[in-house]
Design a binder for this molecule. Sequence first.
Ligand SMILES: NC(=O)c1ccc[n+]([C@@H]2O[C@H](COP(=O)([O-])OP(=O)(O)OC[C@H]3O[C@@H](n4cnc5c(N)ncnc54)[C@H](OP(=O)(O)O)[C@@H]3O)[C@@H](O)[C@H]2O)c1
Length: 276
Amino acid sequence: MTAPLLKLNDGRQMPALGYGTYKIRGPEAPALIGQAIDSGYRLLDTATRYDNEVEVGEAVRASSVPRDELFVTSKLPGADHGYDEALRSLEGSLDRLGLDRLDLFLIHWPQPPIDKYVETWKAFLRMREEGTVSSIGVSNFLPEHLDRLVEETGVAPAVNQVELHPFLPQREQRAADARHGTVTQSWTPLGRRTELLERPEITETAEKHGRTPAQVVLRWHLDVGAAPIPKSATPERFRSNLDVFDFQLDADDLDRIATLENGHRIGGDPVDEVQL
Ligand SMILES: NC(=O)c1ccc[n+]([C@@H]2O[C@H](COP(=O)([O-])OP(=O)(O)OC[C@H]3O[C@@H](n4cnc5c(N)ncnc54)[C@H](OP(=O)(O)O)[C@@H]3O)[C@@H](O)[C@H]2O)c1
């Protein structure tokens, strides 16, 4: 089973659910990521900061699934904001991955205190023109950051990857992304297995549908129109995380899950997060 494809605002397509690779690194990682591909994952989400582009690239190159059926995302780290810096940063990512092209490259954080994300975005436009990156996007961009990119360059990101889970459903952010035709992708979609998967709102809904708590949460992402990238280093779990395309939550389920909202972030706040 593979995830259905979503249409992006640049005419390309992206799997509706992908494989997060944060903390999957080291000698066992290529085989594990290879198993995830064999079980149906086509989108692999990495970043320079995860220090695992080498392992992800090794899995992609070793896979029997052709390169053009896989969708590889990486992210530009905070230290590489700036026009020339971004071009050099992409070269580094491609070198480590051993690939000649990324399917999606994201600015990892906007870092408003540094104020170089527009200049960086201009380099991303060039990468897309040159074909070293097929689609360009951002991560952790607030509505005002998206508006500024569009005002200054006329080009909206294909994807905005943000922290999103039932505790932090990001309604306003999703609406802002949608205004630009930008797909919202959910990071930490399972709430990094904090108490989310044990809450009765989730476990009882899972029992009702004969599914696991993680499957209910991932189905919720799809039902609110977001594209999750769950991470699991456990084959049984990553297989079941992909098996969410043959059931649906009803209005009562969605209302009940909506009561979990508490607005708490697990990760950083885009307003002041700077990662140099
Ligand atoms: N753009 C950004 O700033 C940003 C920030 C953070 C993350 N991300 C991306 O988003 C991806 C996902 O986020 P995340 O890794 O933070 O958190 P997550 O996917 O919400 O949660 C991962 C945790 O959930 C566990 N898990 C996975 N499937 C499960 C299941 N079916 N049942 C029970 N537990 C399960 C995993 O355990 P096991 O591994 O032990 O199975 C792991 O401990 C990352 O890997 C990364 O690619 C992006």
